[in-house]
Design a protein around this ligand. Structure first.
Ligand SMILES: NC(=O)C1=CN([C@@H]2O[C@H](COP(=O)(O)OP(=O)(O)OC[C@H]3O[C@@H](n4cnc5c(N)ncnc54)[C@H](O)[C@@H]3O)[C@@H](O)[C@H]2O)C=CC1
Ligand SMILES: O=C(O)CCC(=O)C(=O)O
Length: 396
C-alpha cells in the first residue's frame, strides 16, 4: 500500500520528510487525493475537506490555524509536534529580553545615522551613547505565563542567567512540573505575575481564555516600566491598549513575533516575522515528529501526539485491524462487538478511548478472510454514530 502525503505551504523541511520511508509518496497528487497533509501556519478554517484525508500533521506546536473539532467530526486526526521547536523559541525569547534591556534597536538606528570617518563616528559615540544606557536582566523578576515546553525551558535558563522566576500555569503537565526547578515560584493567580514581574513572557496557546487577555485591564496591574514579550500568538494582545501603555511609559519595551504596521517605527517595540520556531533544527524536529506520527497512524492506526483524539497505542499482532472513529455516545462499543460476533469473527484485542465528543477504537481480529472483514467494515460504516472506518492489513 502506498500513501499519498501533500505538503501545504513551502516551508516544510525536506530532510524531515525522509522519515516517511518507502510506503509514502510526497507531493505526487493533488490536495483532494492525499491521505495526509503536512503544514505549518496555513489557515485551514473554512477549508473544504476531501473524504480521502485521514490526517494532518502540524509541523509545530500551536494548532489554532486548524479547526480541530471540525476535523474530528469528519474523522481527520490532527497531529502536532510538542516541544519540537521549544528550544528555538526559548533562545529567541532570551535574546529578545537582553536585546530590549540594552536598547539595541534605538542605539543601532542612532548609530546608523552617524556618518563620516571612523574617527568622527568614535567622537559622536563617546558623546551620544549615554542615551542608550541599558539595564541587566540578572536580579530582575521574570514572569512566565504558560509553563509548557517553551515556558519551562525559559524558566530554568532564566534562573541560570541570575533572574528570579515566577510562573503561572493552572493546567501544567506532570512531566513539565517535574522538569521545572524548585526555585521557580509557581503562583495560582495570573495577577500575581502582573504585580511581581519586571519582565513578562507569554507561552500559552491561543484559546477563548487567552484571546485579548493582554489589554488595558491587565496592563494597569503591571509594574511601571515592565518589559512584555509575546512569542505565542498575536491575537492575545490588544494592540491599541498596548500602544497606549507604551506611550504612557508603563510598558517600557515590547518584543513580539507578530508584525503590525503600527509597531514598525516605534523604538520601544521590536517585531520579528514569526521566527520563533524558524531554525534548521526546529524545522527538522517538527517535520520528523509529525511524519513519524502520521506514518504510524496510517500504517497501524496508532495515535501519538494528536490534538483532537486521545493517545492510543497497541502493537498490531493480528493479520488485520479495524480502526473506528465514532461519536462518544453510549452503546457504540456494544454495537461494534455485536456486529463482530454476528459475522462469527473472534476479537483478539479491543481498545477504545474517548476524548470529548469523539472516541477511537482499535479492533484486532483473529480473521484472515479479507472478504468477510470488508463486509464487517460496511456494517460499521452504515452505523449512525460511526464516522470513519479503516481496515488495516499488518505489514510483512
Ligand atoms: N513564535 C513561534 O514561532 C512559536 C509560537 N508558539 C506558540 O507558543 C504556544 C506555547 O507553545 P509550547 O510551550 O510548545 O506549548 P505547550 O502546549 O507545551 O505549553 C502550553 C502551556 O500553556 C498552558 N496553558 C494553557 N492555557 C493557559 C492559560 N490560560 N493560562 C496559563 N497557562 C495556560 C498549558 O497548560 C501548557 O503547559 C503555542 O501554543 C504557540 O501558540 C509555539 C512555538 C513556536
Ligand atoms: O511553523 C512555524 O514557523 C510557526 C511556529 C509556531 O508558531 C508554532 O509552532 O506554534
Amino acid at each position: 500500500m502506498t500513501y499519498q502525503i501533500k505538503t501545504i505551504g513551502n516551508n516544510i523541511d525536506q530532510e524531515g520528510l525522509r522519515s516517511f520511508g518507502e510506503a509514502f509518496e510526497i507531493d505526487k497528487v493533488a490536495e483532494e487525493e492525499a491521505q495526509a497533509f503536512i503544514c505549518r501556519t496555513q489557515d485551514f478554517h473554512g477549508y473544504d475537506w476531501s473524504d480521502e484525508l485521514l490526517a494532518i500533521g502540524r509541523a509545530g506546536a500551536g494548532f489554532n490555524n486548524i479547526p480541530i473539532e471540525d476535523c474530528a467530526s469528519r474523522g481527520i486526526v490532527v497531529f502536532n509536534a510538542p516541544g519540537g521547536n521549544a528550544n528555538a523559541v526559548k533562545e529567541l525569547v532570551l535574546a529578545m529580553m537582553i536585546f530590549g534591556s540594552r536598547k539595541l534597536k534605538p542605539a543601532n538606528k542612532w548609530l546608523s545615522q552617524q556618518l563620516g570617518s571612523d574617527q568622527a563616528i568614535d567622537l559622536a559615540v563617546e558623546d551620544g551613547k549615554k542615551a542608550f544606557n541599558g539595564r541587566e536582566i540578572a536580579g530582575k523578576t521574570l514572569g512566565i505565563i504558560g509553563l509548557g515546553n517553551i515556558g519551562s525551558r525559559i524558566a530554568n535558563d532564566a534562573l541560570q542567567l541570575g533572574m528570579k522566576v515566577v510562573g503561572y500555569d493552572p493546567f501544567i503537565a506532570v512531566e513539565r512540573a517535574w522538569e521545572i526547578s524548585h526555585r521557580v515560584k509557581r503562583v495560582d493567580e495570573i495577577s500575581e505575575i502582573f504585580e511581581a514581574a519586571d519582565y513578562i513572557t507569554i507561552h500559552t496557546p491561543l484559546t477563548a481564555e487567552t484571546r485579548g487577555l493582554y489589554s488595558a485591564e491587565n496592563f494597569k496591574k503591571m509594574k511601571e516600566g515592565v518589559v512584555l514579550l509575546n512569542f505565542a500568538r498575536d491575537e492575545m494582545v490588544v494592540k491599541e491598549d498596548l500602544l497606549d501603555y507604551i506611550e504612557k511609559g508603563k510598558i517600557s519595551y515590547f518584543a513580539t513575533d507578530f508584525g503590525s504596521e503600527t509597531y514598525y517605527h516605534n523604538e520601544k517595540i521590536f517585531v520579528s516575522p514569526h521566527l520563533g520556531g524558524s531554525t534548521e533544527e526546529a524545522s527538522l524536529n517538527c517535520t520528523r515528529m509529525v511524519a513519524d506520527s502520521i506514518s504510524s497512524y496510517l500504517k497501524t492506526g496508532e495515535i501519538i501526539n494528536a490534538v483532537n483524539f486521545p493517545r492510543v497505542i497497541q502493537a498490531l499482532r493480528t493479520p488485520y485491524r479495524i480502526t473506528i472513529i465514532n461519536k462518544n455516545v453510549p452503546n457504540v462499543v456494544a454495537s461494534i462487538s455485536q456486529a463482530v460476533s454476528e459475522e462469527d469473527i473472534n476479537i483478539d484485542n479491543i481498545i477504545n478511548r474517548a476524548s470529548g465528543e469523539f472516541a477511537y477504537t482499535l479492533l484486532d481480529l483473529d480473521e484472515q478472510d479479507e472478504g468477510k472483514l470488508k463486509e464487517l467494515v460496511q456494517r460499521f460504516e452504515a452505523e449512525e454514530n460511526i464516522i470513519r472506518v479503516r481496515l488495516i492489513k499488518k505489514e510483512g
